[in-house]
Design a protein around this ligand. Structure first.
Ligand code: ADP
Length: 257
């Protein structure tokens, strides 16, 4: 029997279709990501970037196509129904724009809830793991605090730690700094850069082209329901090959000057 093909592909979106009513968001989008990739998705507002991440997290119905994780069917569209393989979904983590911590639980309990309830991790192990992550992010003093007692930047760092508690193989970041006061952005970006250095595969939606250039191994410009350009940041951000990408990137960089 021939050996299984050796592949670096972690995630593959194939001929993805998505619509909300009459509004077609994706019209046959193809995108794949390798294990070592930190993929930043850029594109016009309303173009479907957030929807794309939510699909990969298994939170959205798709109208057609398929998503594969590690070569296995993860999300399929069959006879108009979306089927999400729950065991694979558990390997993907997501951090949202608006920190979604549970307000009535302290920080450590926010971290331990899912691993204890959904993974059956013993509470003491979950707490040790949670404390180690808080320490790594400089937040161990906050373990017994409640979310309302933390700054926005601290809350977002806790949200990242919470996603890491479940040992994801892929981490999705949806505009995680755009609701923050400007002086709090750097501390969250720093945590993401550290994760990048440690090799965590990430898919990131951001409007911050400077951060995109710092963290991306690949930049994808998506518009009109398809991938327009896909390449290293030096290409897509600094020397785009497609006129549509060039127009978008020039406009975004110009607005920051
Ligand atoms: P982006 O992240 O690129 O700004 P989104 O994925 O948020 O884009 O949205 C893509 C389009 O889909 C927008 O036109 C938005 O209004 C629409 N949309 C998003 N979510 C829904 C929904 N739940 N129902 C209907 N339309 C939606």
């Amino acid at each position: 029997m021939p050996a299984a093909p050796v592949t670096d592909t972690l995630l593959s979106l194939q001929n993805l279709h998505k619509s909300y009513g009459n509004l077609d968001i994706f019209k046959g989008l193809n995108l794949s990501m390798n294990r070592g990739d930190r993929l930043v998705i850029i594109g016009p507002s309303g173009g479907g970037k957030s929807t794309l991440l939510r699909i990969v997290m298994g939170l959205e119905e798709i109208s057609g196509g398929a998503v594969y994780l590690d070569g296995s069917p993860y999300i399929l569209s069959e006879a108009g129904k979306t089927k999400v393989e729950r065991a694979l979904q558990a390997r993907v983590g997501m951090v949202f724009q608006h920190y979604t911590l549970f307000p009535h639980l302290n920080i450590l309990s926010n971290l331990t809830l899912a691993p204890v309830k959904t993974r059956g991790l013993p509470k003491s192990d979950a707490e040790a793991k949670g404390m180690a992550l808080l320490k790594r992010f400089g937040l161990e003093q906050k373990a017994k605090s409640y979310p309302s007692q933390l700054s926005g930047g601290q809350k977002q760092r806790v949200a990242i730690a919470r996603a890491l508690m479940l040992d994801p193989d892929l981490l999705l970041f949806d505009e995680v700094t755009s609701a923050l006061d400007p002086e709090l952005v750097a501390e969250v970006e720093q945590v993401m850069l550290e994760l990048a250095e440690q090799g965590m595969p990430m898919m990131i939606v951001t409007h911050d082209m400077f951060f995109a250039r710092n963290i991306a191994s690949r930049v994808v410009f998506a518009a009109g329901g398809v991938v327009v350009e896909d390449g290293p940041p030096e290409q897509v951000l600094d020397n785009p090959q497609m006129p549509r990408t060039r127009e978008f990137v020039e406009r975004v960089f110009a607005s920051k000057r």
